[in-house]
Design a protein around this ligand. Structure first.
Ligand code: XMP
Length: 520
């Protein structure tokens, strides 16, 4: 099956995947390739259009990324964005004026000529501009179609199927940018809006089959959206109707999962979805290691290391029973890839995030990351197309170190049980109020603060539970949610009445920054 696509050539911009994602929103398949991808590789995606992305360089810089000029001669429409505009101008014989330094910001663009790229877009529009080098002399046949007060904003040579914009249509700060990319994909390239999750599933399954061949793979499953969707997808590739899957999923109970989670995840993924799932209850191992530890970073490190140790033990056992394992499946998403890329230089460690980092190196496994080009909502859609239950797909994020980062002070089994009960009430009431899917995260935190209370005629002296609910786009920043008083009231009443050991409830009204979402 041939999927026509729009190929985005990446010149080093932070936003290249976002361009592809905006195009995919129109049901047109789009893929990002490095700027120096060979023509054969580009052709293998059956391109009906090419986008040249932005990038931090100047075309005249030594070592600046230059694509093969033949990409401009493939006969399909090309859209240059920012650096892509300059590369186009430079490659086709125009002149670019280098700027001292690049600046980004809001700008107002005025259209000065009709253009199919701007069809349906008002004459004046606000955009997110990157002022950098600017086109000084246009290549033959090109004309200016939009400008800012002092710079070129868009140029084109429609006869030669070349379009280019200096601003970034892919970012939120360009409100009508999606329209411009839609015009390019659907109207100018004439790409068929037929790409669906089903296409992605079929092509990924085929690719994983080809990549992994007859070897075995293993997956660290958390029960969350990302690892579950990755596992189900790879399972399809590594299973033929007669044989059992060559993918073994390992799900570890680290003793700080939520209430009944160990059982529920097994039920969902093994019983309902048929994954070959090995569930390891390592509660004791983790609790022993965590005994007496109160420092947040130490807790995180202990859980991360112990997880790797447990997983390693399991992998060895599986290898003994089933043969050599060569591959590790990870549910890495595109935002995880950006975050771990050190484009912003070494930044201070606020919290060491633990998932399965460190595993591939230690176990000498090769990685399969089928979701690494996608964003969370795209992964949810794929999960839905795979027939996965909403309970998994709509799950709010849950940190790798689990409830340990929500139990301040020492983590013990008793405290974990207490927090599990509080957490179940918070999440249950929020679901009942129909708010669960509208909120990024909502949970309870157990504080080692004891205070005096009165229940019946009895004096109590017990722990404090903090309730937290935040809105967020990506977890990087967050706002606290003004939960309805009624919901807060029910949560508070129920926790004090139903959870022994807790007699006071407080609501966390801190945004991130300056707070973080988790308390540790
Ligand atoms: P913070 O607390 O840093 O959290 O504001 C931001 C987001 O990341 C989640 N989080 C983690 N996720 N492993 C994860 O997979 C971790 O170690 C981890 N620590 C925090 C947190 O729940 C929030 O969504």
């Amino acid at each position: 099956m041939e999927t026509q696509s729009i190929v985005v050539l990446d010149f080093g911009a932070q936003y290249s995947q976002l361009i592809a994602r905006r195009i995919r929103e129109n049901k047109v398949f789009s893929v990002v390739l490095p700027f120096n991808a060979s023509l054969d590789e580009i052709r293998s995606y059956s391109p009906v259009g090419i986008v040249l992305s932005g990038g931090p360089s100047s075309v005249y810089d030594e070592g600046a990324p230059h694509a093969d000029k033949k990409v401009l001669e493939l006969g399909v429409p090309v859209l240059g964005i920012c650096y892509g505009l300059q590369f186009m101008v430079y490659a086709l014989g125009g002149k670019v004026r280098p700027a001292e330094k690049r600046e980004y910001g809001h700008a107002t663009v005025e259209r000065v000529a009709d253009s199919r790229l701007f069809e349906g877009v008002p004459k004046v529009l606000s955009v997110w501009m990157s002022h950098g080098d600017s086109a000084e002399e246009l290549p033959p046949g090109f004309r200016l179609t939009a400008k800012t007060a002092n710079a070129v904003a868009a140029v084109e040579n429609a006869e030669q199927k070349m379009w280019a914009v200096q601003f970034h249509p892919e970012v939120h700060h360009t409100p009508l940018g999606a329209d411009i990319l839609r015009n390019f994909a659907l109207k100018i390239c004439g790409a068929p809006p037929t790409w669906t999750g089903q296409h992605f599933i079929e092509s990924t399954v085929a690719a994983v089959k080809a990549q992994v061949g007859k070897s075995d793979a293993i997956c660290a499953l958390s029960g969350g959206v990302d690892s579950s969707v990755a596992a189900v997808l790879v399972d399809r590739a590594l299973r033929d109707s007669s044989a059992k899957s060559k993918l073994t999923c390992v799900f570890v109970n680290n003793g700080v999962l939520r209430k009944n989670e160990f059982e529920k995840v097994q039920q969902n993924l093994r019983d309902n979805l048929g994954l070959h799932l090995v569930a390891v209850d390592a509660t004791e191992r983790f609790m022993k290691k965590l005994a007496g530890v109160t420092d947040p970073e130490t807790k995180r490190k202990i859980i991360g290391n112990e997880f790797i140790a447990v997983f390693d033990d399991e992998a060895r056992r599986i290898e003994k029973e089933e043969g050599k394992v060569d591959w590790l499946v990870q549910g890495t998403l595109y935002p995880d890839v950006i975050e771990s890329r050190s484009v912003r230089g070494p930044s201070q460690v606020i919290k060491t995030h633990h998932n399965v980092g460190g595993l591939p190196e230690k176990m000498k496994l090769k990685l399969i990351e089928p979701l690494k080009d996608l964003f969370k909502d795209e992964v949810r859609r794929i999960g839905r197309d795979l027939g996965m239950p909403e309970e998994i797909l709509q799950r709010q994020p849950f940190p790798g170190p689990g409830l340990a980062v929500r139990i301040l002070g020492e983590v013990t089994k008793e405290r974990a049980d207490m927090l599990r009960d509080c957490d179940e009430i918070v999440v249950g009431e929020i679901k009942k109020a129909g708010l669960y899917q509208k909120i990024w995260q909502s949970f309870a935190v157990l504080l080692p603060v004891m205070s005096v209370g009165v229940m019946g005629d009895q004096r109590t002296y017990a722990y404090t539970c903090a309730v937290r609910a935040v809105h967020s786009e990506d977890g990087m920043t967050a706002d606290w949610v003004p939960l309805p008083y009624e919901v807060l009231k029910t949560i508070s009443n129920r926790i004090v009445n139903e959870v022994r050991g807790v007699n006071r409830i407080v609501y966390d009204i801190t945004s991130k920054p300056p707070g973080t979402i988790e308390w540790e």
